[in-house]
Write a protein of this length. Structure first.
Lengths: 194, 47
């Protein structure tokens, strides 16, 4: 139990000087933190054990060859080693899935092109033109708020400051602008879609 | 049915490595001696 009060740095020093049991204390003290960290990334008990083992093999070799730099703390140093080994593990096992086209399986079933077709693009452009025409029909104060909000991406706070009205008035104008647009669209049976 | 987006936390506080791993490490440490001669280092594993 007395081991629990010995700081890591002292245990490391003792170990470097030949006290083998100090390593056991260090491992016991930090095993669940280090193993838990590795497992949280790997999610496989066996591989986590391997990486834990490789981590401490590096630790042992570094300490025994007197290359350990006492500047840092022991646990963060070990964590960094395990982190590097985790990265190495993912690098090694990273495989690009390969698909081959067969009679039953078409490569295009997993590949898709989200961009619009020429027809789709024309529709979008037409909708945009129609909408601008409709906005022109709105009363000036409503048009102003709607354009600032939708086309200039301004906040209602900015709009209210620029137009010298309260935020609530700006919000109200936006609401009426949208209602009026819907009314015009309904009245003239305009279909805005793409 | 509602879709659960949260991921299960993998990290558990009581996870520990296998006893065999720990005992291997302690034995390995006892067996290993590193000798440095000039700029080269040699690892000696005692049986």
């Amino acid at each position: 139990m007395a081991d629990l009060h010995i700081p890591d740095a002292l245990l490391v020093k003792n170990y470097v000087e030949g006290n083998e049991s100090a390593l056991g204390t260090l491992i016991k003290r930090h095993e669940s933190k280090i193993y838990g960290f590795i497992y949280s990334k790997i999610a496989d008990r066996d591989i986590s054990n391997d990486i834990f083992q490789d981590t401490f093999i590096k630790v042992i070799k570094t300490l025994k060859s007197n290359s350990y730099n006492e500047e840092g703390k022991f646990l963060p140093w070990v964590m960094r080693i395990s982190h590097n080994l985790i990265v190495d593990h993912f690098r090694k096992t990273k495989k690009m899935p390969m698909y081959r086209e067969t009679e039953e399986f078409s490569i295009f079933s997993i590949m898709s092109d989200d961009s619009l077709t020429i027809e789709g693009k024309m529709i979008v452009d037409q909708v945009e033109i129609d909408l601008k025409k409709l906005i022109e029909e709105l009363p000036e104060d409503q048009k102003e708020v709607l354009v600032m909000r939708m086309y200039q991406d301004m906040s209602f706070k900015e709009i209210s400051e620029l137009t010298n009205v309260s935020i609530n008035t700006a919000l109200g104008r936006m609401r009426y602008a949208l209602m009026n647009l819907r009314k015009i669209i309904d009245k003239h049976q305009i279909i805005l879609t793409n | 049915m509602a879709k659960i987006y949260s991921k299960k936390a993998l990290a558990s506080k009581n996870l520990k490595p296998k006893k065999e791993v720990i005992s291997f490490l302690l034995n390995y440490s006892q067996a290993l001696t590193i000798v440095k001669i000039e700029d080269k280092s040699f690892e000696i594993i005692a049986n």
